[in-house]
Design a binder for this molecule. Structure first.
Ligand SMILES: [Zn+2]
Ligand SMILES: [Zn+2]
Length: 339
């Protein structure tokens, strides 16, 4: 087993495959409807009760967390569970995207989306009553490690700049949804998942920053156009409280944390990812062309390399994952990993 605190590196030799836009359009959003990639681990332990025990729900050994609904997250109640515990919301998920992730990536490290154990004491956590910090933390100069927000589909959101300070979206590292898988095969976004706005419905957040302030999409909660934003992509709303917005240009997501948070380069505490295998290396020239779930817990990622197709088929079973790699030259390799 290897614990990672999202140490993913991004390739240095960036290309600029696409201008902002493709991941944000309705076409991409509508594609989400056909796939049911989530609901893997959480369905099995979903509780209908109001109190989660420390063995099945979020929370540490000496606290009781109560299952609750949280605006936005309620749209993904089948795969994401929200709890309240003292002054914190806790969110449990397996971090798996519910859409055809990875498609469109032209700078691929050969990682794929695999379930992560964001449950129990390893759940996402942010304040129920956020408060403005005396000194905001800018994502231009910090917060390069770990997540800075959690989307309502249970997928974490990282700094829009990669750890070399480059814009991950412009670098071609992201799929049409603004995400990719890190070195622990942990799927995450680097920009705002604006397509979630239509799924959650009007007036609801698409994500929460880890300082506790909600992140809305491309309209105000009341449906009006977004008012002027500060350098952190936020402002005080009509209700007198601060919130952020997702945008189609930098900073895309919360441009830092204006609220009180225990953070320097990384917000602490936050869930750790758990890798099944060693991190991959860049596959130069590869373009990811497809991602599907042929059956429950089984996935197929397809890519093109010099006009020839390759594929990664994999099935997750408990703490193991079985891969079948089909290289563009036809070579088939099978590998199984257990974490
Ligand atoms: Zn990343
Ligand atoms: Zn606003």
């Amino acid at each position: 087993m290897t614990d990672h605190v999202h140490p993913h590196t991004h390739p240095h030799d960036h290309v600029h495959p696409h201008a902002p836009g493709p991941m944000l359009d309705r076409r991409a959003m509508l594609r989400a409807g056909g796939l049911g990639l989530g609901a893997i681990l959480l369905a099995a332990c979903r509780s209908t009760g109001s109190v989660a025990s420390t063995t099945t729900g979020a929370g540490s050994a000496d606290t009781i967390a109560s299952l609750t609904t949280l605006p936005g997250f309620d749209a993904f109640a089948d795969t994401v569970r929200a709890f309240v515990e003292g002054d914190y919301w806790l969110v449990e998920s397996n971090g798996m995207p519910t859409h055809n992730a990875m498609v469109g990536i032209v700078s691929w490290q050969q990682q794929v989306p695999l379930p992560q154990p964001y449950t129990g004491a390893n759940a996402w956590r942010f304040p129920t009553t956020p408060a403005m910090a005396n000194t905001p933390i800018s994502a231009r100069t910090g917060l390069f490690r770990g997540a800075i927000a959690i989307a309502v589909d249970g997928v974490p959101i990282f700094n829009a700049l990669n750890n070399r300070g480059d814009d991950a979206f412009l670098a071609g590292e992201l799929d049409e949804w603004g995400g990719h898988s890190g070195r622990a095969d942990d799927y995450h976004y680097h920009v705002a998942p604006l397509y979630l706005e239509e799924i959650v419905g009007a007036g609801k957040p698409i994500a929460y920053a880890l300082d506790g302030y909600p992140i809305y999409g491309s309209t105000e909660p009341d449906g009006s156009p977004v008012a002027t934003l500060d350098e952190y992509n936020g402002h005080v709303g009509a209700d007198g409280t601060y919130h952020y917005h997702g945008t189609t240009t930098y900073p895309y997501i919360n441009g830092g944390l204006v609220g009180v948070a225990n953070a320097t380069d990384q917000v602490e505490p936050q869930p750790i990812t758990r890798a099944f295998r060693e991190a991959g290396s860049p596959l130069k020239g590869a373009v990811i062309t497809g991602f599907s779930s042929p059956s429950t817990d089984s996935y197929r990622l397809e890519y093109s390399l010099g006009g020839t197709l390759g594929a990664v088929d994999y099935t997750v079973q408990g703490s193991s994952v079985a891969f079948t790699f089909t290289a563009p030259d036809g070579t088939v390799t099978k590998e199984t990993y257990t974490r």
